[in-house]
Design a protein around this ligand. Structure first.
Ligand code: RB5
Length: 145
């Protein structure tokens, strides 16, 4: 099964974005690449908003957001009330934010997290299921009210 994943970054995340698109194999991904594609300086909110719109509108099931720290772009993504964007610096965070928070965007800091770890974080994020029907769903529902 192929899942549709949107990906966006600022100038700090261009190389990591390219690495992830090239190296992520499982699960099979159809990419929606929203840029940026050069190291020319851009503003991370512009890319965070675009990515959040793509996920919130259903154009993509999940999103990957990258900036230098992962933090700025996560704040931008989380301005959209249909988005739950989580900065992850290890695979346990990626697993827990799917199980507990039903996060739909994973945010990475290209200046903090190496390529291989970032790939493992994203693979974990994309393959871990949310626990529907219990306390986690009740809590996540409260985030949208
Ligand atoms: C860009 O230099 C940097 O500020 C940005 O990528 C990010 O780390 C902000 O949170």
């Amino acid at each position: 099964m192929t899942i549709k994943v949107a990906i966006a970054c600022d100038h700090g995340g261009v190389e990591l974005k390219a690495y992830l698109k090239e190296n992520l194999q499982e699960p099979a991904i159809e990419w929606l690449d929203l840029g940026t594609d050069t190291t020319e300086s851009v503003d991370y909110p512009d890319y965070g908003y675009k990515l959040a719109d793509a996920v919130a509108s259903g154009q993509a099931e999940y999103g990957i957001a990258i900036c230098g720290s992962g933090i700025g772009i996560s704040i931008a993504c989380n301005r959209n009330d249909k988005v739950r964007a989580a900065v992850c610096t290890n695979t346990t965070m990626a697993e827990l934010t799917r199980i507990d928070n039903n996060a739909n965007i994973v945010c990475l800091g290209a200046r903090l997290t190496g390529d291989l770890l970032a790939k493992n974080i994203v693979e974990t994020f994309l393959t871990t299921k949310f626990e529907f029907g219990g306390r986690h769903e009740r809590r996540v529902n409260k985030l949208s009210n």
